[in-house]
Design a protein around this ligand. Sequence first.
Ligand SMILES: [Zn+2]
Ligand SMILES: [Zn+2]
Length: 455
Amino acid sequence: MPGDCQRLAHRRRRSPSPSAGCELIAIGRLRPSAPFGVSPAAGDTAGVTDTLTSLLDEARDLYDDAVGLRRTLHRAPEIGLHLPRTQATVLDAIGGLGLDVRTGESLSSVVAVLDGARPGPTVLLRGDMDALPLHEDTDLEFASGTEDAMHACGHDTHVAMLAGAARLLARRREEIAGRVLFMFQPGEEGCHGAKHMLEEGLLEAAGEPPTGAFALHISPMFASGTINLRGGPQLASSDLLRITVRGRGGHASMPHGANDPIPVACQIVNALQTLVTRRTSVFEPVVITIAHISAGTTSNIIPETAFLEGTLRTLSGQVRSAVRGHIRRLAEGIAAAHEMTADVDMEVGYPVTMNDGPFAGFAHDVAAELLGDAGVAEMDTPIMGAEDFSYVLERVPGAMAFLGACPPGVAPEEAAPNHSNRAIFDEPAMVNGVATYAAVALRHLAGDSVDATRR
Ligand SMILES: [Zn+2]
Ligand SMILES: [Zn+2]
């Protein structure tokens, strides 16, 4: 059933490597001026591991370029579906790689296809491109130069990492049997950019639809350079909830002559929390937060309406649908009990980001080979944020993983989180991100994720 938590099957292909563990710690401590001082997975001799080791080496060699691209984007953030400067920067960054490049019509997306030397399946790699509407309050020398826009979710790093991976993979064209579909996406922050790209034929861009899809999301909540994921739900569904309670206005000294919507709105707020505990299973997480209340103008007037606004988060489509019905009945019923009405408006947001269990296990294994076992963690729980990569994962088996980027000297739980005006992402983590994107794509095209589904 959708929403059931699946555990990743731990399939270690080699025992934990102390050198790999050291590498992880070292990457987390390194600064942009010296990110490459540690040898990865010393002692590995297998050909496959050599390939992964060389990916890490090459990712290190690309680090300065990745930082340069990331900082260019960070200085000039753009918001929403139309990001013309960002799009031009992406086109410039992947120019000359021999990719088949197309741009979006209803949004400034970039879709690029790398055709391998031999036929085979297609794998999709995604990086989102948009910033957020807030003022940046970091002291970074490359801080946003745009008032009230900031790359506070780290999408600038996603673009830089995906462009770096495109370069690594383009060098291996002769080894590739199949295609890599690069998805550079605007409008992740609430604008359903991925859905627009799907409607514009994203999955048909490489001829055959992809058989696997992978995305990284950077986060200061995890140790720098680590890959963090799980099978099943990785992120929640997100719906916007608006309720307007309609009573009858009047004088505040004579409430019996009016019909005051404010206490009724308050009853609805409390009843929504009771709904969470009484109408949904304790094993099915649900969050309802009313984050905005507004009613009235002054102390001696009973207003005609009271307005509530908030968010609904769930981890399964079934629960999401059921709770939406409960909310409507509850709000309308409480209002009716007081001879009022409640207009309930629920704006459909992103679906649950559902990682495919076998693909997540495969990506976990690839990252463990690349970074060492200590460089990968299976998340105990999903995160109740939301992502529109969920639309891609509804159509293609795949996974999203978090790339840790906690700044040095800061505990992950104390780091300014994504969306903070003070968010800082540890740039050396991008080395592991570039290599992980490339490694997952190469391994998928080599059939390893298909093998994973058969185990
Ligand atoms: Zn975000
Ligand atoms: Zn984001």
